[in-house]
Design a protein around this ligand. Structure first.
Ligand code: DQA
Length: 146
């Protein structure tokens, strides 16, 4: 089984992007951490990052066969309507992750058009949030197949 790890705009430069806000782990480090978290012969992690919304929409379409998704939409959280519609048709549970505590930041970051569709949201725990998201998905996937 595979988990989809989907990251949106400006997250491909993690490690070098405002490290005081987003930490020093690269996206490759984060993907590796998620792989460790779901470690096992039957599990793989499909890690995809795009800066443009259309490519993210297509990545959702192309990965309906995954058992769940971890999604950091970046700034698309506030107005990513086509990503929102794509996730509405994603057949499995997914969790939204934000590295920073968006609630402690500018007002415009306080809205997520995606979160109402998510099984849960992890915010403000840095790279650890992705590990926690992976743990949640494993539990949700087990519940679905029980
Ligand atoms: C982010 C928070 C968003 O507000 C911002 O636009 C990002 C990163 C986070 O992971 O903290 O690109 O999603």
């Amino acid at each position: 089984s595979a988990i989809l790890l989907l990251n949106g705009p400006n997250l491909g430069i993690l490690g070098q992007r405002e490290p005081e806000v987003y930490g020093t782990d690269s996206l490759a480090d984060i993907a590796q951490a998620v792989r460790e978290e779901v470690a096992g012969p039957d599990w793989k992690v499909v890690s995809i990052q795009h800066d443009s919304e259309g490519d993210l929409v297509r990545a959702v379409h192309d990965n309906y066969d995954t058992v769940g998704a971890i999604v950091n939409p970046g700034a698309l959280m506030v107005a990513g309507w086509s990503l929102r519609d794509a996730l509405a048709n994603y057949p499995r549970p997914w969790v939204e992750v934000h590295l920073s505590n968006v609630w402690a930041r500018e007002q415009w970051r306080h809205e997520s058009v995606l979160a109402p569709l998510a099984s849960g949201v992890v915010v403000g725990l840095g790279a650890l949030g992705y590990r926690l998201g992976a743990r949640a998905l494993l539990a949700l996937a087990a519940r679905e197949s029980a």
